[in-house]
Design a binder for this molecule. Structure first.
Ligand code: M6R
Length: 614
């Protein structure tokens, strides 16, 4: 939640910060602002709304664009305080010397605010963040602590999560940043420093990166930087990493929307997930090798995640139980972290997260680590917090996902879980070598099938547009396709704001059927498996109540044709991979409805890509 970009170097910071904010806008787009040091004062420009508004403000004559080589900036996803001008970051302390941007939540802001009010400090905003900048200012203006010590003293008094960058007009060559719970990355170039919530604003400028760990701070002074601990004035040795991402990966290319581009990338991203791992007659997951003995002997697996990643977890459960016969529990991370989970040293806990920064998933994994469970991360973002705190893991290798609605990361997660389930099953000899080899063959065949589904997009678009005025949707599937129904419904809700519910197909008659009328269509996912004829009966039940029916299947029959208002027939695959093809159809379906309704597909209202607050 919220994106931070900061720059110190030898160029004007404004274009660098604005470009960086646009790249981070997926993290929040309620308001945006820039503060830079200029002519012995802090110059702050902020606007409610998107970065575009801020850019226009900076470009207008009314607001002077001061040339400054040091600046901080922020794009906000509101937690405390309305998304308006006064609550937009950067915030400034009462002495007008110190300014700060913050991502996270200061949980004890009320008690600190009371203390500061008693010291005659007046507040200008309703945010928790202002408390932090005022507290730093309070310590600094007492005159006993240096700038760095004041930041440290304030951070030691706050509870909650933060990624911050701070400037002080008395030290125009200094920039201080720190993290606890919210990610920060430092980019290094000769004479230039870039700090951001993730690498996307940085890679255009440099590939040399330092990922900040929990409880660490960056102190930049003139041409030098040091990484220190927030708790002690102790310099920490840090490795500079070279990242291998091209700037093109972060652009829309020939597409109008990131989401559309990311849906289309799935034939490549899934191939990337399998490549070098699904071998001719074996599965190699090198990230798990050192721990494989423990994984193989686990008597129980927990999967924890949020949102779309949780849906992938539900599929993981079905695949692992089916192939490897190990019981799997799937829990929302926000529940797992507070539930009485029966985990111990013999339990494996798998955390799934595209961003690797989701606060609830991070907390759930930390809870598992505390009781000594082995933790596995399935993440997309290398260097992310979850990928670093877990004992071992597998990357989904999907490339940067920018559309707020997760698409390619989801199918990547399913692909990794499929590989994991098969590998575990073969290690435990619950499947034969022949079966393993056949599954691996099917995986590579899938890539061709995905391409042919993507070529059906005009048909899917026509169907989607027909239903754009629907009042709500039901999504129904059974077995492996029940989580796909949940995911299809979530995609539609997120980007088109049409209410949608996913249900197990047979469960529909226990309540949701009451919703059915001519304005509430039902999407059925109907693979050719042992549930095929059962689902046909469920479709009959909807039709007899005048409900419209859209069917996604890999087996066309006369009955299905006569029962469905719209029929999408997919290429043949095994039933474990059919769900990936069905997912892609549902992603396109939601996408085209949202576009037809004129919605902001990449930045849906109220949402942010990575939820780094509880
Ligand atoms: O980065 P994560 O996978 O941990 O994110 C989890 C959810 O916030 C995420 O899947 C969310 O539900 C997406 N908006 C779904 O499209």
């Amino acid at each position: 939640m919220c994106g931070i970009v900061a720059y110190k170097g030898n160029k004007d910071c404004h274009p660098i910060l604005l470009d960086g904010l646009k790249r981070l806008e997926y993290r929040g787009y309620d308001s945006a602002g820039i503060a830079c040091l200029f002519d012995s004062k802090i110059s702050i420009t902020k606007r409610a709304g998107k970065v575009k508004e801020l850019q226009e403000a900076i470009n207008t004559k009314k607001i002077s664009k001061d040339f400054s080589t040091i600046g901080i900036s922020h794009t906000r996803w509101a937690t405390h305080g309305e998304p308006n001008h006064k609550n937009a970051h950067p915030h400034i302390d009462q002495s007008k010397k110190i300014t700060l941007v913050h991502n996270g939540i200061i949980e004890n802001y009320n008690s600190i605010k009371k203390f500061l009010l008693s010291k005659k400090i007046q507040f200008k905003s309703d945010t928790d963040t202002e408390v932090l900048v005022q507290l730093i200012g309070y310590f600094y203006n007492q005159g006993k602590l240096s700038f760095e010590e004041s930041v440290r003293a304030a951070l030691q008094r706050v509870d909650g999560a933060y990624g911050i960058v701070v400037l002080n007009i008395d030290f125009p060559e200094m920039m201080i940043a720190a993290r606890k719970g919210s990610p920060l990355v430092l980019g290094l170039k000769q004479g230039e420093f870039f700090i951001a919530s993730d690498i996307s604003p940085i890679i255009k400028h440099t590939k040399k990166i330092i990922y900040l760990n929990e409880g660490e701070m960056i102190v930049i002074n003139k041409e030098k930087y040091e990484i220190k601990s927030v708790n002690k004035n102790l310099v920490l040795p840090k490795k500079i990493e070279t990242i291998d991402i091209k700037i093109d990966d972060l652009e829309k290319g020939n597409f109008d929307y990131f989401m559309h581009k990311e849906i289309h990338e799935q034939s490549d991203t899934i191939l990337n997930t399998f490549r070098g791992r699904a071998l001719k007659d074996d599965i190699l997951l090198s990230g798990l090798s050192d721990y494989w003995k423990d994984i193989k002997n686990a008597d129980r697996i927990y999967i924890t995640a949020c949102g779309t990643s949780w849906h992938a977890g539900l599929i993981g459960k079905k695949l692992i139980e089916k192939f490897a016969r190990v019981p799997v529990h799937v829990e929302y991370a926000s529940e797992f972290r507070y539930n009485t989970s029966l985990i111990n040293k013999k339990t494996i806990v798998i955390g799934i997260s595209q961003s690797g920064e989701t606060a609830d998933t991070l907390a759930a994994i930390n809870k598992a680590k505390d009781v000594g469970a082995l933790t596995i991360g399935i993440c997309n973002v290398a260097g992310s917090s979850i990928s670093r705190i877990t004992d071992c893991g597998v990357f989904t290798r999907c490339g940067h996902e920018i559309g707020v609605a997760s698409t390619k990361a989801f199918t990547g997660q399913i692909s990794v879980l499929y590989l994991f389930a098969l590998k575990l099953a073969y290690s435990k000899r619950t499947i034969s070598k022949l079966s393993l080899v056949n599954h691996i063959k099917d995986e590579y065949d899938l890539v061709k099938r995905i391409k042919s589904v993507l070529m059906m997009e005009d048909t899917i678009k026509k169907i989607a547009v027909k239903y754009k005025e629907a009042s709500g949707f039901l999504y129904l599937g059974r077995g492996l396709n029940f989580p796909i129904a949940l995911e299809g419904a979530l995609k539609l809700k997120e980007i088109s704001y049409i209410h949608a519910e996913g249900y197990p197909a047979a469960e529909m008659k226990h309540g949701p059927i009451a919703l059915i009328d001519k304005n509430m269509p039902t999407v059925f996912i109907v693979p050719k498996d042992r549930t095929y004829h059962k689902i046909l009966s469920n479709i009959e039940e909807i039709k007899s109540r005048k409900g419209k029916v859209i069917v996604i299947t890999n087996h066309k029959s006369k009955t299905l044709e006569s029962l469905s208002d719209d029929l999408i027939v997919l290429p043949k695959t095994n039933s474990y991979l059919f769900l990936i093809l069905a997912t892609i159809v549902l992603q396109l379906f939601a996408f085209f409805i949202a576009v037809a309704k004129g919605c902001d597909v990449d930045q849906p209202r109220n949402l942010a890509k990575s939820v780094t607050v509880e």
